[in-house]
Write a protein that binds this ligand. Structure first.
Ligand code: 13P
Length: 249
């Protein structure tokens, strides 16, 4: 069983003072009582360097929320994977549903971003998940299968990639997928990963994301083939995020 990963996706939230206070408080708890999981925080790009400095000597890793597929160049407003690594990141989220919908990101673009992450030595956290309409139409498994096939680069390995299953209808809505729904999709993803990577596919971490809270974390994190969580809203409150980290079996 891979070590679970609890990653906090802060999205477009956080100013300097409150953010440094938040990671400082989290780092103190991790140091005092090491949990049974790896922990990462993914603040907005403006906060990466100061948060990296605040996490110096902490077991908490840093992640970016997106990267450009190119290493450098004329891409106003974008950040490359190499820049994220240079700022102290170990992870980068790619293909989040908010990027897919707000910026029209395709599986092919997500795949090239994940490849760029690998080239820069980062672990790519590749997100996928069906919409509510797709689930209602009975297409959830087919959708995630297509996204997985399209979004993973040739360089994928258990060490350099994490998959986050985030059903779009559960993100920021307070509606969590049921344990049966999560188990069904995760089992399907696991089969596909083992088909592609052989035994190594068992070691690639599969996270669930979508309204993970302290109240539902223990059940989700104990479900079959769930190796952690990608946490949005609840990662902005230290008490809640820490409670989720502590829920890892
Ligand atoms: P919430 O936890 O706020 O539903 O967000 C989930 C998410 O999108 C994490 O990437």
């Amino acid at each position: 069983m891979p070590t679970p990963l609890i990653a906090g996706n802060w999205k477009m939230n956080g100013l300097l003072g409150e953010s440094i206070e938040r990671v400082g408080a989290l780092a103190a708890r991790v140091a005092a009582e090491p949990p049974h999981c790896d922990i990462a925080v993914c603040p907005p790009a403006t906060l990466l360097r100061p948060v990296a400095d605040a996490l110096n000597n902490s077991a908490i890793a840093l992640g970016g929320q997106d990267c450009h597929a190119a290493q450098a160049g004329a891409h106003t407003g974008d950040v490359s994977a190499e820049m994220l690594a240079d700022a102290g990141c170990r992870y980068v989220i790619v293909g989040h549903s908010e990027r897919r919908s707000d910026h029209g990101e395709s599986d092919a673009l997500v795949r090239s971003k994940a490849a760029a992450a690998h080239s820069a030595g980062l672990v790519a956290v590749v997100c996928l998940g069906e919409s509510e309409a797709q689930r209602d139409a009975g297409e959830a498994l087919a959708v995630v299968e297509r996204q997985l096939a399209g979004s993973l680069p040739a360089s994928v390995s258990a060490a350099d990639t994490v998959i986050a299953y985030e059903p779009v209808w559960a993100i920021g809505t307070g509606r969590t997928a049921s344990l049966d729904e999560i188990a069904e999709v995760h089992a399907h993803l696991r089969r596909l990963l083992c088909g592609r990577l052989g035994e190594e596919g068992r070691d690639l971490r599969l996270l669930y994301g979508g309204s993970v809270k302290p109240a539902n974390a223990a059940g989700i994190l104990a479900a079959d083939e769930v190796n952690g969580a990608l946490v949005g809203g609840a990662s902005l409150a230290v008490d809640d995020f820490w409670a989720i980290c502590r829920s890892c079996p």
